[in-house]
Design a protein around this ligand. Structure first.
Ligand code: IPD
Ligand code: CA
Ligand code: CA
Length: 267
């Protein structure tokens, strides 16, 4: 049985509380799909409500610590060394379309380093968590990244930029390079779960650009504690704040980076 620290318990109970609201709201969204106005206002209310619940729970347990949250931004706190980085609903587009693949992501940053992470899919009840030096887990099962070494057998996840986001042409080049050499590519729509699935060995790797700290902070430590490597896409050391991410098992990290950068374009 994996032993959860006090901080992990605080994060899990905040996520659990918000999860109950999101599950209820997700049920409503499925009904609202057919209405004329559509469910998007409703979803942003659900999102804000989840963030408020998480903030209140974390603040109650650790009153001095700061926050970086997707909806409400930065709250410095009295203790400058600790802050929570939170995405209350990662995978909004899936949620909005009634697709049961979304997550709550909570990370703890201490003196600029992510030291704990929790990513929870409230629909499947998969709770991913990790703490620096203690390993990564799904519920109570220890996670290890995949051991596949051959790129032709490797499955990768990515994110596709959409309307209003930059980088459409560079992404198409990346896609054409990776699809020419790999066993497949998935666009699941939830950055934090793409990282969790990489930690669980379901994907050999994951890359994406145009991300925010709250999309990846909770997942980065999952991959590292499961034995994988995580950098920016150019190999830079700061995938949480650097805006791009490349996460993979130890064999595929360099290989994927090389393909993304210089691989021959497919015919
Ligand atoms: C999004 C998801 C998605 C990624 C987008 C993110 P949101 O987060 O993580 O997988 O491709 O770039 O913005 O908006 O659903 O919290
Ligand atoms: Ca997100
Ligand atoms: Ca979000």
């Amino acid at each position: 049985m994996a032993l959860r620290s006090a901080n992990i318990n605080v994060m899990v109970s905040a996520a659990n509380k918000a999860a109950r609201g999101l599950v209820r709201d997700f049920g409503e969204v499925e009904q609202l799909q057919v209405s004329v106005k559509g469910p998007s206002d409703f979803v942003s209310t659900a999102d804000m409500r989840a963030e408020k619940v998480i903030k209140a729970e974390l603040k109650k347990a650790r009153p001095d610590w700061g926050f970086l949250m997707e909806e409400s931004g930065v709250d410095e706190g009295r203790d400058p060394r600790h802050r929570w980085i939170v995405d209350p609903l990662d995978g909004t587009t899936n949620f909005l379309h009634g697709i049961p693949h979304f997550a709550i992501s909570i990370a703890l940053e201490k003196a600029g380093e992510i030291v704990a992470g929790v990513v929870m899919n409230p629909i499947t009840d998969e709770l991913y968590w990790a703490e620096k030096g203690q390993g990564a887990f799904m519920n109570d099962r220890r996670l290890r990244v995949s051991s596949r070494r051959a790129i032709e057998q490797s499955l990768f996840a990515t994110g596709i930029p959409f309307r209003g986001r930059p980088g459409h042409q560079p992404f198409l080049r990346e896609l054409s390079r990776v699809m020419a050499v790999s066993a497949g590519i998935r666009r699941m729509g939830v950055a934090s779960l793409d990282l969790a699935f990489t930690a669980a060995g379901r994907f050999e790797g994951y890359w994406e650009s145009g991300l925010h700290p709250w999309d990846v902070a909770g997942g980065v430590i999952l991959v590292r504690e499961a034995g994988g490597f995580v950098t920016e896409m150019d190999g830079g050391p700061n995938p949480v704040h650097g805006g791009s991410i490349l996460a993979a098992n130890q064999h595929m990290h360099a290989a994927l980076r090389e393909v993304l950068k210089t691989g021959a374009d497919a015919a």
